[in-house]
Ligand binder design. Structure first.
Ligand code: 5RP
Length: 293
């Protein structure tokens, strides 16, 4: 362990210094293999460097969430607007046409349902890499519970998934879940995101928080934000805009899209922020116009 004597007390994230560019557009991933880079280039648009992921993996712990009662009706109309479809193998196989041409991020863990007393307990790898490859997935999402009773098991799952992913060139998206007992503080997200990156995750999904640019700076690989509970559209667009302005490389959003009054317009408005440099006001104006079209 580092010697406590002589250490710097204040942390300095060097926000004015850009991360190194090592021959590949995605931060910290320049030394990975061709197959991994090819998959990353399907997840993130190499031109903008960013990604809009549509998350509809809620059913694997919550059952039929509002807006996702019928996956076959909710998701296909939104597919063309996003870069990545993020769901379980069951949802994707049954409801998404294989001709969709979109990158897939498979939710590859099983976790306890919302009925269980502690959702962090009882999690593990929910599928084999054979099936990940059979589905031609571009990434697998692994849920982790830092600071909760299920922390150790979920980190074991993450490490094994990274080993398997590295073997076959499949990036792992490490998800920092926040259960009831976990504080959503900057310190928490600094710790959780860094921990998953150091354990080998290629992309980190986390929540937006104060001083988010520090969280981004201290994380050696790209961060995408989760949407979280449904907000009014203008607020959700502001959150997406702030996250991208602070250095997030994408938005992995679910309820704020499929629970919107106009899911397709909302998807398009978020894409304007993620790929086209719109600010939140411009994106909201776009949303209002597209909703009335
Ligand atoms: C929580 C998750 C989700 O299951 C989901 O992807 C979140 O989507 P949203 O919060 O935008 O509805 O990853 O850890």
């Amino acid at each position: 362990m580092a010697d406590a004597v002589g250490n710097k007390v204040a942390k300095d994230y060097h926000l004015d210094v850009a991360p190194p560019v090592d021959g590949f557009f995605a931060k910290g991933l320049g030394h990975t293999d061709w197959g991994m880079k090819n998959r990353l280039s399907r997840l993130f648009n190499p031109k903008s460097g960013n990604s809009l992921m549509l998350a509809f993996d809620h059913g694997y712990i919550m059952g039929p969430t509002a807006g996702l009662e019928r996956l076959d009706l909710a998701i296909p109309p939104l597919m063309d607007e996003v870069d990545v479809l993020m769901g379980t193998r069951g949802a994707i196989r049954s409801c998404i046409p294989p001709t969709c041409g979109k990158a897939v991020c498979l939710r590859a863990t099983y976790d306890s349902s919302v009925l269980y007393e502690d959702m962090s307990v009882g999690n593990g790898l929910g599928m084999d890499m054979d099936d990940v490859l059979r589905m031609n997935a571009s990434a697998i999402a692994i849920q982790t519970f830092i600071g909760a009773p299920g922390e150790r098991d979920s980190l074991e799952t993450l490490c094994r998934a990274v080993d398997e992913g590295n073997r076959y060139g499949v990036p792992v998206l490490g998800v920092t879940a926040v259960g009831k007992q976990m504080a959503r503080t900057t310190e928490y997200f600094l710790l959780a995101t860094r921990l998953l990156a150091e354990l080998g995750a290629s992309i980190i999904k986390t929540y937006y928080c104060d001083d988010f640019e520090k969280v981004v700076a201290a994380c050696p690989v790209p961060i995408v934000i989760a949407g979280g509970k449904k907000l009014p559209e203008a607020e959700a667009l502001t959150m997406a805009y702030r996250a991208i302005s602070d250095g997030a490389r994408g938005v992995d959003m679910g309820r704020n899209i499929f629970q919107s009054t106009h899911p397709k317009a909302m998807c398009q408005a978020v894409a304007k922020i993620v790929h086209e440099g719109y600010n939140d006001r411009e994106a909201y104006e776009f949303f209002l116009e597209a909703s009335n079209a």
